[in-house]
Design a protein around this ligand. Structure first.
Ligand code: GDP
Ligand code: MG
Length: 242
C-alpha cells in the first residue's frame, strides 16, 4: 500500500530530521513523506529540501509563501499526495506529539474503516501528564464542546493524527472546507461523518512537543470555538448518509 505522510511545518527545524528518519525506519514497503512548509523563518523549508536529497524519491517538499495556516496546508498537501498516487494519506504534526511508531496501527485499522483517527479520549489514550491542568481541561472541554454541538459520536474530534483512505478524501468536497486552524480537524471529520464514512479511533499517548514552540494561543482557541457553530450552520442542509 502506497502511504504518503503529509506534515505541515512552521519552525520545526529541530524536529524535522528526527521525525523523517523515524518515519523511514518504520517497516513500510512504500512510505513517502510530503512536507508543506510555510516559509518558516528558522529555515525548516531549506532543511526539508536537504532531507529530500538525502532520501531521493521518498520525500517531497511544498513551499508556500508565508504562514497561511494549518487547514490550507493540509488541503494542498492532500491534493498533492493524491496526485502522487497515494492509496492512503496520513496527517501528523512535526513535533513528535503524534508518535511515528503508532502509524502502522492506524494504517492497519484502515482495513475496516474509511478513516483512522489517533484518539486521546478513548480508553488507552491520554495526553502528556506534564501539561498544566488548564491545558488538559481546555483540550478535553474543546472536544466535548465540538462533539456535543455537532452531535458526532467521536471522542477526539480536534486531533490531527489521522490516516485517510484515498477514496474517502477523493469523495469529500474538499473545496467546501474553509476552516483553517483547529476547526479544520473538526470540519473534516464532521464532513466525513455526514457522508456516512466509518471512522475508527485508535488510542495513543499525546506527548507535549519536545523542541520548539506551540502555535496555540487564546486567539486561536476563541476562533475555534466560534468555528464550530459556523460548521454546524454551513452543513445544516446535509442529512447524514449511510
Ligand atoms: N505549514 C504550516 N504548518 C503549521 C502552521 N501552523 C502550525 N503548523 C504545524 O502544524 C503542526 C501543529 O502545530 P503546533 O504548534 O504543534 O500545535 P499544537 O500541537 O496544537 O500546539 C506542527 O507541525 C506545526 O509546525 C501553519 O500556519 N502552516
Ligand atoms: Mg504540537
Amino acid at each position: 500500500m502506497r502511504l504518503i505522510v503529509v506534515i505541515p511545518t512552521y519552525n520545526e527545524a529541530e524536529n524535522l530530521p528526527k521525525l523523517v528518519s523515524a518515519l523511514f525506519d518504520l517497516e513500510f514497503e512504500e512510505l513517502q513523506v510530503l512536507i508543506v512548509d510555510d516559509n518558516s523563518p528558522d529555515g525548516s523549508g531549506r532543511l526539508a529540501n536537504d532531507l529530500a536529497q538525502k532520501y531521493p524519491g521518498r520525500m517531497e517538499v511544498m513551499h508556500r509563501s508565508g504562514k497561511l495556516g494549518l487547514g490550507t496546508a493540509y488541503l494542498s498537501g492532500f491534493r498533492q499526495a493524491m496526485q502522487m498516487g497515494a492509496q492512503a494519506i496520513a496527517q501528523m504534526d512535526a513535533d513528535f506529539s503524534h508518535p511515528p511508531e503508532k502509524l502502522p496501527v492506524l494504517v492497519d485499522a484502515l482495513d475496516a474503516c474509511d478513516v483512522a483517527l489517533g484518539s486521546r479520549y478513548i480508553p488507552g489514550g491520554s495526553v502528556d501528564e506534564r501539561w498544566p491542568l488548564w491545558r488538559k481541561g481546555l483540550s478535553a472541554f474543546g472536544n466535548l464542546y465540538a462533539r456535543s454541538i455537532l452531535r458526532i459520536p467521536i471522542r477526539d474530534v480536534t486531533g490531527g493524527f489521522r490516516v485517510w483512505r484515498r477514496e474517502t478524501l477523493e469523495r469529500m468536497p474538499l473545496e467546501c472546507v474553509h476552516s483553517n486552524g483547529y476547526g479544520f480537524q473538526v470540519e473534516m471529520i464532521y464532513l466525513a461523518y455526514l457522508l456516512g464514512y466509518v471512522a475508527s479511533e485508535i488510542p495513543f499517548y499525546f506527548a507535549d512537543r519536545r523542541w520548539g514552540q506551540s502555535k496555540m494561543s487564546f486567539r486561536i482557541q476563541r476562533e475555534a470555538a466560534v468555528r464550530v457553530w459556523r460548521i454546524l450552520f454551513e452543513y445544516r442542509g446535509f442529512k447524514r448518509q449511510g
